[in-house]
Design a protein around this ligand. Structure first.
Ligand SMILES: [Zn+2]
Length: 507
């Protein structure tokens, strides 16, 4: 269970008091906090390891809490001076970071462990911002002892923080843009380095295998193309079988040449027709109906082969020359309708819906363990990912990709900056739905010239950034103290040090 949120208007002190009372009550009744999350879990099994944990051991008890001791920087300059490694990891071009880390380490070997005002170590910041060169440099110099340090504002170790950021970015991209390009090689590389250092098994995979298999979030190593997991395939196959059987049962209500419509009393169009546009449901001919059924039959056949993924081109090949399917297509039917119906049907019966599927296939009493013996994967319930990959368009408002990538590209410190910026954008964008000009911009982003437009804007942005850096440089030369550009920041960071060995930037 998640800890209830205190009333909106309560002060932080009241909030803390209420939450401590709730937590104490849960602990007294053998609930234990799950890691550093907001959740408490309870096992009815008295032998379960969680039941053997002392209530005092829970992570957010006052004595286990992070108490900030290091100063909060007043401004960017102060941040640079007080926490130079943190600054370098977040703001410098990646090829310069190792030199800075090295230089500071030479002066003071403890610098690589120094925590900032949030309790974040340089290693933590390197993980959070998926900065592989920084991470490697820190580990080479002996920062591995910080890998398991979770005493900080987030209450997480570096790996947890990285994975949290990866998930958040993914969820937001999916939610706001209906598009996610997979985890980046950078993120995965950093994840792999951290896992190896922490002694977490990666099943003997080579670096390249790991990066390829994990791109779409697969954790079982058996997903076809890295995204269709064996359990997901089983769900879809079951759904396709159910659909074709259901539809075949209802077929006799049709008479050739006599269309039926939704308005006909006594007519029962199966659920699968919900995914067809209204005008196609208003007059359904027997041949059209049979064509749709045939597509489900072929979907079922397709899913029975474990190495292929369902897709429109595959279906087209399988259905080629079928008279009923041709009629269905000629009248405006599409393969996508069947694909969407299958995924949505499977989702509605999963634990994200009514759990009917789990009741049937996960029951221990059932002797048929065909489903249960399949490996588990993080992709087992990623229905939206499946939809996107098989070519079913997702519905709902979409945030222009430019805005999301701008947010993600921007300073990725270990705060929830990305999240906050996106939320701000969304509230700003969608509060004012009447704004026609905004609307126009969106449709403009969807047109085929989008790539060109985006490239133009990107160039304009980088030109603006260069201009700002030049201005900052001019100012700093004139004795001003505004934000320096990356190269300048690199020089400046090193200038804080007394004479010391600085190694050449890595290319
Ligand atoms: Zn998998």
């Amino acid at each position: 269970m998640c800890r209830p949120k205190p009333p909106e208007d309560s002060t932080p002190e009241e909030e803390a008091r209420v939450q401590n009372r709730q937590a104490a009550f849960l602990r007294k009744n053998d609930f234990r906090r799950i890691g550093h999350t907001r959740f408490f879990g309870y096992s009815p099994n008295p032998e379960h390891p969680s039941r053997l944990l002392q209530a005092e051991g829970d992570a957010d008890r006052p004595e286990n809490k992070f108490v900030p001791t290091n100063p909060v920087p007043a401004d960017r300059d102060d941040f640079m001076r007080t926490y130079p490694l943190h600054f370098a990891i977040i703001h410098l071009p990646k090829q310069n970071v190792a030199s800075v880390i090295d230089a500071y380490h030479t002066q003071d070997p403890c610098s690589i462990h120094k925590q900032d005002h949030n309790g974040f170590t340089p290693l933590y910041v390197a993980a959070a911002s998926a900065n592989a060169p920084a991470l490697k440099a820190l580990l080479e110099l002996g920062a591995a002892s910080d890998l398991n340090n979770h005493v900080n504002k987030d209450g997480m170790v570096p790996l947890e923080r990285l994975e949290d950021t990866m998930r958040t970015t993914r969820e937001l991209a999916e939610l706001l843009m209906h598009k996610w390009e997979g985890y980046s090689r950078n993120e995965l590389k950093v994840q792999l380095i951290l896992k190896r250092e922490m002694g977490i098994s990666v099943n003997g995979q080579t670096d390249e295998e790991y990066l390829q298999k994990r791109k779409w979030g697969c954790t079982c190593g058996e997903c076809v193309q890295g995204w269709l997991s064996p359990r997901m395939r089983f769900r879809l196959e079951t759904e396709a079988a159910l659909s074709k059987d259901n539809m075949t049962v209802l077929a006799p209500q049709f008479r050739r040449g006599q269309p039926l419509s939704e308005d006909n009393p006594g007519l029962c169009l199966p659920l699968q027709f919900d995914y067809l546009p209204l005008h196609l449901r208003q007059k359904v001919y027997k041949t059209f109906y049979n064509g749709y059924v045939t597509i489900f039959e072929n979907l079922y056949l397709l899913l029975d082969e474990t190495e292929v993924v369902p897709s429109v081109p595959h279906l087209r090949t399988l259905c080629k020359g079928d008279r009923d399917v041709n009629f269905y297509l000629k009248k405006g039917g599409k393969f996508e309708y069947a694909l969407e119906s299958m995924v949505e049907g499977a989702k509605s019966q999963s634990c994200l819906g009514d759990s009917m599927f789990e009741e049937i296939w996960e029951s221990e009493d059932d002797t048929d363990d065909e489903y249960r013996k399949l490996p588990r994967c993080a992709n087992d319930l990623e229905f939206d990912l499946v939809k996107r990959m098989i070519g079913v368009p997702l519905k709902g408002p979409v945030l222009p990709p430019e805005m999301l990538s701008a947010a993600v590209d921007s300073e990725r410190g270990p705060s929830s900056l990305t999240l906050k910026m996106l939320v701000d954008m969304i509230s700003g964008v969608y509060e004012d739905e009447e704004d026609e000009e905004e609307e126009e911009n969106y449709s403009d982003l969807l047109n085929p010239h989008y790539a060109e437009l985006a490239a133009g804007r990107k160039q304009a942005r980088s030109e603006a950034r260069r201009a700002a850096a030049a201005e900052a440089y001019a100012k700093s030369q004139a004795g001003g103290s505004s934000a320096p550009g990356p190269d300048l920041a690199f020089q400046k960071l090193l200038s804080f040090l007394p004479e010391g060995g600085v190694r050449a930037p890595i290319n």
